[in-house]
Design a protein around this ligand. Structure first.
Ligand code: GTP
Length: 318
């Protein structure tokens, strides 16, 4: 064995300056080493800790996972890693706080390494690192990514789903409908004479009306797989699985009435004194080769006919 290179300072200096908790216990679980990091984060000084049994020192605050790993290390020479993902805070250690005096329990990652003392007795080195910061960072990233996901599928003006979400939902619903031989209904909804509304009342009032209509449409959704989305400017789309064509038509008529009942004045409309919508509705049970285009085209074509026939009405596609 090569002779050690002189450090110029004691090993204690290193032990007490690492940014890591270091504890060594013997076969009777007596503490043989307790570094400064442990004193700072446990609020138990070295003098108080040394020669104490670690279980007696921490009492019932030690978690069963920690005790099991320690027994395996001492009894069977098995190393162990307690990751903070599964064992949040096995030891009663606390994060150093700048501002508040309220103690915050530290998230920890722990490594247990079985060692043999000079006289061949089993001992265990316990290394503890603070994973609170990485846990916090992970939580922050997760909440950011949730917010981004929500933003990506939401229409910013009305707060209902956007076309992208509809397209994704439609692909999934189509797959389910083909597999289960169930029906899908698509409703295309368009506000009547909206250009005239904007021109007459101003773009701001137009935005407000769009929000009101979007809200009343969304409120009609009953089941978790129903989707209501803004499809374009003043156009909305709905996807309802499991309706018969008669049920879908009745539902579409309910939408038409609910928007009309909002009573949004529209002096320039030629289909009534209030804001109205036209709806094209189509129901199909897609066959295995269907790519879903026929259903969308058919609902679109029905909407076109509703407009052509005078607006403020529901037309069914075939
Ligand atoms: N205020 C507002 N207006 C919008 C928005 N998106 C689209 N529009 C307007 O919606 C109007 C749509 O006009 P058209 O496609 O001619 O439809 P319409 O006037 O409703 O006519 P019909 O559908 O045939 O009854 C245009 O004037 C667009 O500027 C929006 O986000 N806010």
């Amino acid at each position: 064995m090569s002779s050690p290179v002189p450090l110029g300072f004691s090993a204690d200096e290193v032990v007490n300056n690492v940014n890591l908790g270091l504890v060594v216990v013997d076969r009777d679980l007596q503490i043989l080493l307790w570094n400064d990091w442990m004193s700072r984060h446990s609020r138990i000084g070295r003098e108080q800790a040394l020669r104490q049994n670690i279980i007696a020192l921490f009492g019932e605050q030690l978690t069963p996972g920690f005790l099991r790993a320690l027994n395996n290390a001492i009894g069977y020479g098995l190393p162990a890693i307690l990751s903070s993902a599964f064992h949040r805070s096995p030891l009663p250690l606390f994060v150093e706080q700048d501002k508040s005096d309220v103690p915050v329990r530290m998230h920890q990652s722990i490594i247990m390494t079985p060692l043999r003392s000079d006289d061949g007795q089993p001992t265990c080195l316990i290394q503890i690192s603070d994973s609170s910061t990485s846990v916090k960072r992970e939580k922050m990233l997760m909440s950011h990514s949730d917010a981004l996901k929500r933003e990506a599928i939401t229409d910013s003006l009305t707060g209902i789903y956007n076309r992208r979400f509809f397209d994704e939902s439609y692909a999934l619903a189509l797959r389910d409908a083909k597999r289960n031989h169930t029906s899908l209904s698509v409703l295309m909804i368009d506000i009547d004479y909206f250009k005239q509304y904007n021109d007459h009342y101003g773009h701001g009032e137009g935005d407000r009306a769009l929000k009101l209509v979007a809200n009343v449409l969304r409120a009609q959704m009953r089941r978790p797989n129903d989707v209501c989305a803004r499809y374009g400017g003043e156009e909305f789309i709905m996807l309802i699985p499991g309706f018969t064509d008669v049920q879908a038509e009745k539902f579409a008529e309910g939408l038409r009435v609910s928007v009309s009942d909002l009573g949004i004045p529209h002096e320039k409309s030629q289909s009534g004194a209030h804001m109205t919508i036209s709806v094209g509705v189509c129901t199909m049970t897609p066959d295995v080769s269907s790519d879903g285009t026929a259903l969308l085209d058919s609902a679109d074509e029905a909407l076109y006919r509703a407009k052509k026939q005078g607006r403020n009405q529901v037309v069914s596609g075939v």
